[in-house]
Ligand binder design. Structure first.
Ligand code: NDP
Ligand code: 13P
Length: 318
């Protein structure tokens, strides 16, 4: 049976979709939250208005996952702590990261953290363009499932495909996780220019040059260009940079508009920008938009200053 750890919006949406295939266990870290969901058959805290089918079992406390795959829908900066606490009960099975980002403390992506904490598990990642609510409402969605072990990848692709969730497969975990991590950084930049009233043309430029810098880092780290051109990279960049359903984009909007943003909302791109900039600087890879976003989220530059910085760079070939 499939277990999903993390009863946030994404974990809950995946549970609802996977429940079309068979029974699912959804683990919440907070016992009261699990009890609330059992009583109401809804996740009012994270994905209000969506009914939870009866074949989703809601648990909390010690992890009693069976032998099947376990999906980790935990925010990136919390994944390491989660694995330190629960990794020992998740050995010898596929562990599918369902988070997007780079860990600030270690510079690792989700599969790297899984490999380090659970050496007997097989790490995989599920990523690509999808808003939790769309998946939960049964709207059509296509994602990338990346696993370095081809046999496990094929088994996961088949087990995690549902009537509304079509999975494409790759062995390129590096490309898949970098695509999902880096698009959030560019989405913050896009939100900021739209929020500051700098126009759609500026957004298109940021998306395009952002994609160039995503590719620059990903290739240097061994990713396949096709992965970045697919759902995990271009696909998710297109969705996240253009929709105000995206929290990263909305966070950028608030920076551009100079308004407050609820700090309890999950915004993966802010910490990821800092982590990626540190890595890129050490590798001497030019990532000007990530640099500008890091300065914005650190409060070191205003949007107009960040844009001046980008526009005044030396002219170059495309
Ligand atoms: N929402 C979406 O549309 C999509 C999200 N994702 C990715 O999914 C990941 C999770 O995001 P999402 O579900 O939206 O986030 P939410 O903010 O909706 O929920 C986060 C969940 O993580 C739990 N959590 C927080 N800290 C810990 C911890 N230390 N140990 C265990 N659980 C913890 C929270 O528990 P509690 O409620 O108790 O705080 C909550 O259930 C992110 O990386 C995101 O990029 C990917 C695609 C789509
Ligand atoms: O990853 C997502 C869409 O694919 C969700 O984006 P946000 O985390 O910005 O809401």
């Amino acid at each position: 049976m499939i277990t999903i750890c993390g009863a946030g919006a994404f974990g809950t949406a995946l549970a609802v979709s996977l429940a079309k295939n068979g029974p699912v266990i959804l683990w919440a870290r907070d016992a009261d939250h699990a009890a609330e969901m059992r009583a109401t058959r809804q996740n009012a805290r994270r994905l209000a208005g969506v009914d939870l089918p009866e074949n989703i079992t809601l648990i909390s406390g010690p992890l009693t996952a069976g032998d099947g795959a376990c999906l980790l829908a935990i925010p990136m900066q919390k994944l390491d702590g989660f694995l330190a606490g629960f990794g020992a009960s998740l050995d010898n099975r596929p562990l599918v990261a369902c988070c997007k980002g780079v860990d600030l403390a270690t510079g690792l992506g989700p599969t790297g953290l899984i490999d380090a904490a659970c050496p007997t598990a097989t790490a995989a990642i599920l990523t690509g363009p999808s808003f939790a609510r769309d998946i939960a409402l049964g709207l059509p969605t296509a994602l990338t499932l990346a696993c370095a072990d081809e046999g496990t990848g094929k088994a996961l692709q088949s087990a995690l495909t549902t009537p509304n969730l079509r999975l494409y497969r790759t062995i390129d975990t590096t490309g898949a996780e970098l695509g999902g991590a880096l698009k959030n950084v560019i989405a913050i930049a896009c939100g900021a220019v739209i929020g500051a009233g700098l126009g759609e043309s500026a957004r298109a430029a940021l998306m395009t040059r952002g994609f160039a810098e995503m590719n620059r880092l990903a290739r240097a780290l061994g990713a396949q260009p096709d992965t970045l051109a697919g759902l995990a990279g271009f696909g998710d960049l297109a969705l996240t940079c253009t929709s105000d359903q995206s929290r990263n984009y909305r966070f950028g909007l608030s920076i551009g508009q100079g308004t407050d943003f609820d700090p309890s909302v999950t915004v993966e791109g802010a910490a990821t920008a800092r982590a990626v900039l540190a890595r890129a600087t050490a590798m001497k890879i030019d990532m000007p938009i990530t640099h500008a976003v890091t300065a914005l989220v650190n409060g070191e530059l205003r949007v107009d200053q960040a844009m001046d910085m980008l526009l005044s760079r030396p002219l170059k070939e495309e």
